[in-house]
Design a protein. Structure first.
Ligand SMILES: [Zn+2]
Ligand SMILES: [Zn+2]
Length: 208
């Protein structure tokens, strides 16, 4: 994930936030674990904020007026509006950009903080991000399996986590995702107990 802003791609690499245009690095800011840093993109003032949460470190990008920039899975380019076109909402104002998602012609005032999407589409991007499963949460119980079951338990726990994430990506319903994850971890626990019992049985047979 990263941010597509005004024809540039912004992404977090090793300890730094980097702006690339046409494959070369245009700007780099080194980030600490927590804090805020000014961050120019194509001459516009943006701001990076980094906070620690239960789920891990979260890095957010804001425009100069405090608008949160939505993340995109990959680079989305800016689409210039054709010369002479006008904004869909302001018929007497020239359009500068065609929304990268819905194609609506938008003037500067009708664009979101990333300067490539209309405000409606930016809201839809945030709504979709909210629906996406928090994948870290599915892996948290696997740590218990590692602690309790060592190598075998850990492998089973990680298997359950990976399967839960794969299914959660295809299931929209949040409670159903949780039920599936609990079921898979339950299955992993049963398999672990069976394997442990067989190993114990084997050991007993050797000592006899
Ligand atoms: Zn749009
Ligand atoms: Zn407008």
């Amino acid at each position: 994930m990263g941010w597509s802003v005004d024809g540039a791609w912004v992404e977090v690499t090793l300890r730094a936030l980097v702006v690339t245009r046409d494959e070369h690095v245009a700007h780099r800011t080194f980030l600490g674990d927590q804090g805020e840093w000014p961050f120019p993109i194509n001459g516009r003032a943006y701001r990076i904020a980094r906070v620690k949460t239960f789920w891990g470190r979260v890095t957010e990008l804001y425009s100069h007026d405090g608008g949160l920039v939505p993340e995109t899975a990959r680079f989305v380019d800016k689409v210039l509006a054709p010369a002479g076109s006008t904004c869909a909402r302001h018929v007497d104002v020239a359009a500068s950009v065609a929304c990268a998602r819905c194609g609506t012609f938008a003037c500067a005032a009708c664009l979101g903080p990333d300067v490539i999407h209309c405000r409606g589409c930016e809201e839809r991007l945030f709504a979709e991000a909210n629906d996406r499963p928090r994948e870290g949460a599915y892996f948290a119980p696997a740590a218990l399996f590692v602690a309790a079951g060592g190598l075998v338990g850990g492998a089973l726990g990680l298997g359950a986590a990976a399967a839960s994430v794969a299914i959660a990506r295809r299931v929209q319903n949040k409670p159903l995702r949780a039920v599936i994850a609990v079921g898979l971890y339950g299955l992993a626990a049963i398999v672990y107990l069976l394997v442990a019992a067989i190993i114990d049985g084997g050991r007993d047979a050797l000592h006899r």
